[in-house]
Design a protein around this ligand. Structure first.
Ligand SMILES: [Zn+2]
Length: 132
């Protein structure tokens, strides 16, 4: 019932505007008949029409704002979701970068026998026990 409240408000504004206009004309006719003055009848209609138009304008504007903010909210949710999807990719790219980074020579030495990387202070390979 309260879904798409913006669109409903806009529809209500349009409908109430046209119903109001008919109402304003009828009131003008009644006023003209009672006062026996065509001018007073027109004035009555014009005043009612102005009020109804302003009311419809305000309701329509509120409906428009509600509709647009709902659209914005959808868009933001979508953006946030796609950002979350991209997050793991970015992390894995960073991971790949750090893995691909060549080892600095100060990091130690590589065992000729088994290929294990050992700290520079170590004299024996921690992998196979081979002497440096
Ligand atoms: Zn070794």
């Amino acid at each position: 019932m309260f879904e798409n409240i913006g669109g409903k408000l806009k529809t209500f504004a349009k409908v109430s505007f046209w119903v109001g206009m008919v109402f304003a004309v009828l009131l003008g006719i009644v006023e003209a008949a009672q006062s026996k003055s065509f001018l007073l009848g027109v004035l009555e209609t014009a005043l009612w029409a102005l009020g109804i138009w302003l009311e419809a304008l305000v309701v329509y504007a509120v409906g428009d704002i509600a509709e647009k903010s709902a659209e914005n909210n959808k868009l933001l949710t979508k953006m946030a979701a796609s950002q979350l999807e991209q997050e793991p990719k970015r992390v894995s790219r960073l991971d790949a970068l750090s893995k691909d980074e060549p080892a600095r020579p100060t990091d130690g030495w590589i065992c000729e026998q088994c290929g294990m990387r050992n700290s520079s202070g170590a004299r024996f390979c921690k992998g196979c026990g081979n002497y440096k």
